[in-house]
Design a protein around this ligand. Structure first.
Ligand SMILES: *Cc1c(COP(=O)(O)O)cnc(C)c1O
Length: 849
């Protein structure tokens, strides 16, 4: 029988074990190995069956066991010591506390957060990254407040039918059984936000709070009695519905999220955020709610926009159009023609997101475009992705070259304490007395090649055991009552070269590239001396039948009798599986269609566990591949079509595995250690662990984006927003006057007929300013190597100074040195200049000679 209602009754812990409650409700346990060990030791079997979930464990553990532990003096001591350790972790000054003038608080908005398997509120990379961002922020003492939604059924649970077809199920989560608490008013009632909808309806949401170490994470939940039945379902699933459902989720996340933060600050006394960071476009409506608040204080829309932009950071995560939310303009219009944002004109809202540029669709509202227009600072997530994004969004700055488009990049990172296998941690703590894999000296002789090889072997065995257990469990689920095939206990071999491949299954990631030539793959898997084995996982979006067909193709190949022990597809890729999968692999494979992988983080997590990467030079690998940390699969960029490209890249992949990867792995010395391999493992660990850690990433966000954004925000907000008002008026004046500004002509002297290195060039630019003042502009020489079609490369900007002014005509002059031989070219450009602009291209206007 199905229950009509279900809830979780929390255990009342014996007095001496009260500290367990605190340890279970702060998610720091998810990356704190001693705390994880404490929970495991309560009941190792239950720990596994609850999927490493402390709250569930405490809910289910037998009362006799609790009574036994309550009187176990050493267990109680250990528990209390860990609680004390948590307390000091939460309070002591950390890296951020040594910064000066840094923001008092930063709000970080994301549609998904992947923190622990026990809190399944993520679909893939974007969410895991957001979780890692919060964890590193906590470790570094960065005062972030996370904002997201609480989805009753998370993403989905993946099963695989006997014929290889993905099956989705949506187990409903009970927030009372999760490490969450509800945000309450002073009188004890749950705090709620309300959003005005069309037809006088109202959407209500309560606010769950998770504690991610020092970081509060607020999650809005609409499944409450105050809502009509259909509105209760707004937060039912992550990326579940289409158009309107998605719009409702994003309104809630953005507009509701800002209201939730306001309530949170009011109720807890926490400082209000000075910087708002939008992790991808989905949360972009947050800027509109903030504009509304300022309009309510008497600012004009344009003034409020400048104030909001100053403190907003926007991160774009994908160059794949399907990854960007786009809504029908009419739908957005309907939702903002309500009492939702009093004082904000719907036309102004639409103007922020409409694709009114070359190549855009004027009836479409684009969340990434709005993100860029609402954020004074924007970034992509690897150097290559920054470049690709500047090209992709260049139409928003049509007068500028792609290099000048104001989108920078911060390469993603991964949270080392979460993603490093405890066996590797044990090794460094045992040999070096150190616990931080990202700062330890991996070249220290106390760690021998044999040690590295031994620990990798143990991690590989652990993966093999886990893969067998998962395969058996999945079989039992799909074939109730049938006996489990005996060969499952021989699935995978703990001594065979193990290649991992796991990720979501959009087409660009090419799950089945390895199947391009099945005979070639078969030969690699069954090679008599140098076999390889493949462990594969990944979810396809429920609406993506193409992705499901790819999974099916793979599952069908993997069931062929001659290869089935060497290739396995594991259903339901999640954090729990990932934590064993990365360490257990020798090689991490990634073969996206370049340059569609914005960054890719799974290979980073593998590298932190001493796996070598085998990947297309895309995303992070394009930056970090150095010839001794793995292999680059050449991209066949010159291929005639997609099929030829797949064929060429698949051939390269097989060749690399056969001639490079397998020989390196199987070439052993007298002790059975593959020295060539362990040398690359050591090199990977020592060079990539620091570079790929989320600590590095979060520090970069703080130093390059959050601190400058806070300074901008303070300057526009001071004296009742005097700076913002002045900036808005200045922008309006400059925009109006700009059409009359032009570079009349340019003169140069000082360079002989045959210019030589060391010569100095004097440049004078004669500019008709019209109504613009000389101080409103920067006049610059843009110089560099002149390439085909006179395009300048490796450009430098040299500022010219005002030399003479005559009414509206002005002469600007300066000198530049020819410091390099070869082709040289220059031009002169005029750009708006104001101390509150963050980038010369910001207004999208320029005048060129
Ligand atoms: C890291 C991770 C991802 C993202 O991997 P990419 O390489 O960025 O695609 C997806 N799912 C899980 C469970 C992960 O741990």
């Amino acid at each position: 029988m199905k229950a009509i209602r279900r809830f979780t009754v929390r255990t009342v812990l014996p007095e001496s074990l009260k500290a367990l409650d605190e340890l279970a409700t702060n998610l720091r346990w998810s990356w704190h190995e001693p705390t994880l060990q404490l929970f495991r030791s309560i009941d190792p079997v239950l720990w596994e069956s609850t999927g490493h979930d402390p709250v569930a464990l405490l809910g289910e553990v037998a009362p006799e066991r609790l009574a036994e532990l309550a009187s176990d003096w050493s267990f109680v001591e250990r528990t209390n010591a860990l609680r004390d350790d948590l307390h000091s972790y939460l309070q002591e000054p950390r890296w951020y506390q040594s910064l000066e003038d840094a923001p008092r608080a930063i709000a970080y908005f994301s549609p998904e957060f992947g923190i622990a398997a026990a809190l399944p509120q993520y679909s893939g990379g974007l969410g895991i990254l957001a979780g890692d961002h919060l964890k590193s922020a906590s470790d570094l003492g960065v005062p972030i407040v996370g904002v997201g939604l609480f989805y009753r059924a998370g993403y989905f649970r993946q099963g695989i039918s006997r014929d290889g077809w993905q099956q989705e199920s949506y187990p409903v989560l009970d927030p009372d059984g999760l490490p969450l608490t509800v945000l309450r008013q002073q009188d004890g009632s749950p705090a709620q936000v309300a959003l005005e909808l069309p037809e006088n309806r109202v959407l209500h949401a309560r606010i769950w709070q998770a504690h991610v170490g020092r970081i509060p994470l607020l999650m809005l939940d609409t499944d409450i009695p105050a809502n009509d039945d259909d509105l209760r379902g707004v937060t039912d699933r992550l990326y579940g519905g289409g158009g309107e459902h998605r719009l409702l989720q994003e309104l809630l996340l953005g507009v509701g999220g800002v209201r939730a933060i306001d309530l949170y600050c009011e109720l807890t006394g926490a400082p209000a955020p000075e910087v708002f960071h939008t992790n991808e476009g989905h949360a972009g409506f947050l800027g509109l709610e903030r504009i509304k608040k300022l309009v309510g204080k008497g600012l004009a829309f344009g003034e409020a926009l400048q104030v909001v932009r100053a403190g907003t950071v926007f991160t774009t995560h994908t160059p794949v159009p399907a990854g960007i939310d786009r809504f029908d303009l009419g739908l957005v219009e309907r939702y903002f023609s309500t009492g939702l944002l009093p004082g904000v004109d719907v036309e102004r809202v639409l103007a922020l997101g409409v694709e009114n540029y070359d190549g855009g669709s004027p009836s479409t509202f684009n969340m990434a475009v709005m993100g860029l227009r609402l954020g004074q600072r924007a970034n992509g997530v690897s150097q290559l992705h920054g470049e690709v994004s500047r090209g992709m969004f260049g139409a928003l700055w049509p007068d500028f070259d792609t290099e000048d488009v104001p989108i920078t990049s911060v390469t993603n990172g991964v949270h080392a304490p979460t993603w490093t296998d405890p066996m590797l941690l044990d090794l460094i703590s045992d040999r070096l007395g150190a616990w931080d894999t990202t700062t330890v000296d991996w070249n220290n002789a106390a760690i021998s090649d044999w040690d590295l090889w031994d620990v990798k072997g143990r991690m590989r065995s652990q993966l093999v055991q886990d893969a067998r257990a998962r395969t058996i469990a999945s079989w039992v689920e799909q074939n109730p009552g049938a006996g489990v095939p005996a060969w499952f206990n021989e699935l995978l071999d703990p001594n065979v070269l193990t290649i991992g491949f796991a990720r979501r299954v959009p087409t660009y990631k090419r799950l089945t590239l390895m199947l391009h030539d099945t005979e070639r793959l078969r030969a690699l898997l069954t090679h008599p001396e140098r076999p390889v084995q493949l462990v594969i996982a990944g979810k396809s979006h429920p609406a993506d039948d193409e992705g499901k067909r790819l999974i099916q193709k793979l599952v069908q190949f993997a069931s062929e009798p001659d290869v089935r022990k060497r290739i396995v597809f594991l259903p339901n890729y999640d954090i729990g599986m990932a934590k064993l999968l990365y360490p257990g692999t020798d090689v991490w494979l990634n073969n996206p269609l370049r340059p569609l992988e914005a960054c890719g983080t799974s290979g980073m997590k593998a590298a932190l566990n001493g796996s070598l990467n085998l990947s297309i030079l895309d995303g992070w690998w394009n930056e970090y591949y150095d010839g001794e940390n793995g292999w680059a699969i050449p991209s066949a960029d010159s291929a005639g079509d997609a099929a030829e490209r797949d064929a060429l890249e698949a051939e390269s992949l097989y060749d690399l595995i056969e001639h490079q990867v397998a020989p390196r792995f199987y070439t052993r010395d007298g002790d059975g250690v593959p020295r060539g391999w362990t040398a690359w493992m050591r090199h990977t660990l020592s060079t990539l662990s620091p570079a790929l850690s989320a600590d590095r990433m979060v520090r970069e966000y703080v130093e390059r984006l959050y601190v400058p954004a806070a300074h901008s925000e303070r300057r526009v907000s001071a004296d009742s927003y005097a700076g913002g008002k002045e900036l808005a008026a200045w922008i309006a004046r400059i925009r109006a006057a700009w059409p009359d500004l032009r570079v009349a002509h340019v003169e140069s002297e000082g360079v002989e007929i045959v210019p030589q290195v060391g010569d100095e060039l004097t440049v004078r630019a004669f500019v008709d300013l019209g109504a613009v003042e000389p101080g409103d502009v920067n006049v610059e020489v843009v110089s560099g190597r002149a390439h085909d079609g006179d395009r300048l490369k490796n450009v430098q900007h040299t500022r010219l100074e005002l030399a003479e002014q005559n009414g509206t005509s002005a002469t600007f002059a300066g000198r530049l040195r020819l410091d390099r031989a070869g082709s040289f070219g220059y031009n002169v450009r005029v750009v708006p200049s104001h101390p509150l602009l963050a980038n010369p291209a910001e207004l999208g206007i320029t005048a060129v000679a």
